[in-house]
Ligand binder design. Structure first.
Ligand SMILES: Nc1ncnc2c1ncn2[C@@H]1O[C@H](COP(=O)(O)OP(=O)(O)OP(=O)(O)O)[C@@H](O)[C@H]1O
Length: 333
């Protein structure tokens, strides 16, 4: 198990990581979501033993992971970090890039393991290409294959899905799930986009200004975000001040400026709506539409409608929201 205990990292007067404590078990995928500058890469480097901590501890199976100041070669043999830039050797094939990680092993085992990795990372068809002849997704998969060649206990990934198209993102998602199932690797990745994190992680964490503000199972964080930042980082959301909720038929006992979170799918289109408004925008998203409705001068709401519905800008619509769908947030806006 990889653990961080009260990790802090400062650069001059910037605190990039503030008191972060977390644990990742073998066979678990954990996604950390944070805005740009929230400390994601710094945290990954600390966990990998590639950056010295200001205070706090990183432990792998109860043994302290040393920082670069304490070692000749930075890093830990059982913790691998895949950077955003892949860092492949440019003049040898993708397959040889993977094999290089196994160069100290006996030839037969090396061949066997490379073959296994090529299959696991879906590289059969393009394994003999040079990195410059490969797409971003193929290079990403090669970098992951190389990182896991020696079966590390922990795989850390920096933005593994950014710059990839949907089919490649799906491939990497499937691959990571296979990997943790087959090899019991503990996998932690950071991202600024919640979609992949919500779909494959057993737990997700939200980083805000270097702090881990919330951690839990994806559904719980999506439904019950701690604050507005957590709500916005995990998907489309309506953030509604308490004083406007009676407009929607919701009676409550909260102060006027308390903030409520209502996810778009919790608002329903209905002919017998308790409230309604004028459609301002309709965003086609494929299987569904995101519809923006002006309730009054101060409140716009978004709700989801099936893309088979006929909804037009300027149309009046009736809506329904049940009191149980409203989540009151503790943190400030
Ligand atoms: N070597 C450094 N020297 C000084 N400040 C740094 C250094 N590395 C990071 N920082 C600062 O620490 C904070 C966190 O940076 P970090 O790169 O970890 O964020 P991030 O969430 O990974 O951002 P992004 O998603 O944009 O890559 C930022 O304010 C950044 O400017």
């Amino acid at each position: 198990m990889l653990e961080s205990l009260h990790l802090v990292k400062t650069f001059g007067d910037v605190t990039a990581v503030r008191d972060v404590s977390l644990g990742i078990k073998p066979g678990e995928v954990v996604g950390l979501i944070g805005a740009s500058g929230s400390g994601k890469s710094t945290l990954l480097n600390l966990l990998a033993g590639l950056l010295d901590v200001t205070s706090g501890t990183v432990k792998l199976n109860n043994e302290r992971v040393k920082g670069p100041a304490e070692q000749l070669v930075p890093g830990h043999p059982h913790i691998k970090l895949v950077h955003q830039e892949y860092q492949l050797m440019p003049n040898v094939s993708l397959r040889e890039n993977i094999a290089y990680a196994l160069r100290f092993y006996e030839k037969r085992y090396q061949e066997y393991r490379v073959e296994q990795l090529v299959q696991l990372c879906r590289l059969e068809a393009i394994q003999h290409r040079l990195p410059r002849q490969a797409s971003g997704g193929e290079k990403q998969r090669t970098a992951i294959a190389r990182a896991i060649a020696e079966k590390p206990a922990v795989l850390l990934l920096d933005e593994p899905f950014s710059h990839l198209d949907l089919p490649n993102r799906e491939l990497i998602r499937g691959m990571l799930l296979d990997l943790v199932r087959n090899e019991k690797t503990a996998c932690l990745f950071v991202t600024h986009d919640s979609t992949d994190a919500l779909s494959i992680s057993s737990r997700i964490g939200i980083l805000q200004d270097g702090q881990l503000v919330q951690m839990g199972v994806p559904m719980e964080i999506y439904r019950r975000p701690y604050n507005a930042y957590t709500a916005q980082m995990t998907g489309p959301v309506n953030l509604i001040r308490a004083k406007y909720l009676p407009l929607m038929g919701i009676i409550h006992a909260y102060p006027p400026n308390a903030l409520a979170c209502v996810r778009p799918e919790q608002i329903r289109l209905t002919d017998r709506g308790r409230f309604g408004g004028t459609v301002r925008n309709v965003f086609f998203k494929g299987a569904f539409m995101e519809v923006e409705v002006e309730i009054n001068r101060f409140v716009n709401l978004i709700f989801l409608a099936s893309s088979t519905e006929k909804i037009k800008v300027g149309q009046l619509v009736g809506l329904e929201l049940s009191p149980e769908s409203v989540h009151w947030m503790r943190g400030s806006a």
